[in-house]
Design a protein around this ligand. Structure first.
Ligand code: SAM
Length: 391
């Protein structure tokens, strides 16, 4: 059964709270053990300024916001879906001291703003992303402020602890439970306020795709930051795109698929969409650096990168091609709606192309929705599936 959202309750800080979340968000159908362990260790006092860093659907921020009066809880995430669910959960739980912001830099906060930072890190995005988050948070913390981080011992806890010790100040484990460590580090006055050069989290990917050379800028936290992913490359080599086509790349990352599409559809329109603000920023930079940002088509940019959840940034717009390398571990509650909405956003005779590793369920669903599906390419690891809109 594919569900568009989940509702569940959890008792934290002695109060029962109700949350809503959806496929694609961390721990979409229950408050994770790591989350409640983290919340339990944080005991704010009135007047505290708290950063819930990478807030997801907002369990930490909501639970802390009314633990004591007069808090300023800033819940920050780079994913538009997380921000929307957090806003809903803040409202539903009357967490009036909590504020939700879409952000991936923390630049909006002045140095020394927070005295508590809570991080349940996005481990699936890799160590580099989490190190960058720790470094970004450092200068935003007051001297003597406390940084709380929860992680599994088998999934990097020791390396995060070392990084906290290096960047924030002395760190110790304050709770061990079920393979998790909650650690706390106090911002030391001997750490310089801006000790870090964040440019080392930026990367360049160079590639020849469909006979053309590309140089993409990308960053920790964006999919396949060191090279073009094998599935992405297979999709790019397979797609049939004509000069006048109008195309959407759903889940564009830093933009390799959309950028190649923009060259193949040399007088068409290309929209690249991602739910992550960091990905959209880099896709936009890459559009500019490849000089694709100037032309317009029917009153809209010919090539653009926009923030959105699947197709919600392009209401009513129809395309000749929907292209996607969807998130790796996406379940059917992410993939099936993508197929359904793709059908609605294609012109008659338009085509959907999806690249996947495990695909049996999606293939059946494409057959059901479109009435046809075929394997356009198969390299033994990845498969490109395609369906044509015929009705
Ligand atoms: C496997 S990566 C592909 C990135 C890029 N197209 C490439 O091939 O290198 C999937 C991307 O989809 C984005 N994503 C996941 N769910 C999304 C959604 N509901 N709407 C828009 N983008 C989404 C992720 O942020 C991620 O950048």
């Amino acid at each position: 059964m594919v569900k568009s959202s989940y509702e569940f309750t959890s008792k934290m800080k002695r109060r029962e709270r109700t949350f809503r979340a959806a496929g694609g968000l961390f721990s979409k159908d229950k408050v994770a053990k790591s989350t409640s362990l983290l919340v339990d260790q944080i005991n704010p006092t009135p007047g505290d300024r708290i950063l819930d860093y990478g807030c997801g659907y907002g369990a930490v921020g909501v639970a802390l916001a009314d633990a004591v009066p007069d808090l300023d809880v800033q819940m920050v995430d780079s994913d538009i879906r997380a921000v929307r669910f957090s806003q809903g959960n803040v409202k539903a739980n009357n967490a009036s001291d909590a504020h939700v912001v879409l952000d991936h830099t923390l630049d909006r906060f002045r140095n020394g703003y927070f005295n508590i930072v809570a991080l349940n890190p996005p481990v699936e995005e890799g160590t580099e992303t989490i190190f960058e988050m720790i470094e970004r948070a450092q200068s935003k913390m007051r001297h003597g402020g406390q940084f709380f981080l929860v992680a599994k011992v088998r999934r990097g806890a020791k390396s995060y602890m070392r990084k906290l010790g290096e960047i924030i100040g002395p760190a110790k484990v304050v709770k061990r439970s079920g393979g998790y460590w909650v650690m706390r580090s106090e911002r030391s006055s001997v750490c310089p306020p801006e000790a870090v050069d964040l440019s080392r989290y930026e990367h360049t990917v160079e590639a020849v795709l469909r006979g053309r050379k590309y140089r993409f800028r990308t960053r920790a936290g964006i999919f396949s930051r060191k090279d073009i992913d094998q599935g992405t490359r297979l999709l790019i080599e397979t797609i049939d795109v004509r000069p006048r086509h109008s195309i959407i790349d759903v889940g564009c990352g830093y933009g390799p698929i959309g950028m190649v599409a923009a060259h193949l559809a040399s007088v068409g329109r290309v929209v690249m969409v991602d739910c992550n603000a960091r990905a959209v920023e880099y896709a936009s930079q890459n559009i500019q650096s490849h000089h694709l940002n100037h032309a317009r088509k029917n009153g809209k940019p010919r090539v653009e990168a926009v923030l959105g959840d699947r197709f919600d940034a392009v209401p009513g717009e129809r395309f000749d091609r929907v292209l996607s390398n969807p998130p790796f571990h996406a379940g059917n509650d992410v993939l099936f709606p993508l197929v359904d909405e793709a059908h609605g956003h294609l012109r008659i005779h338009g085509r959907l192309y999806l690249v996947l590793m495990r695909y049996a369920g999606v293939k059946r669903h494409m057959q059901k929705v479109f009435g046809n599906v075929s394997v356009a390419a198969d390299d033994g690891k990845y498969v490109v599936l395609t369906s044509e809109r015929t009705f």
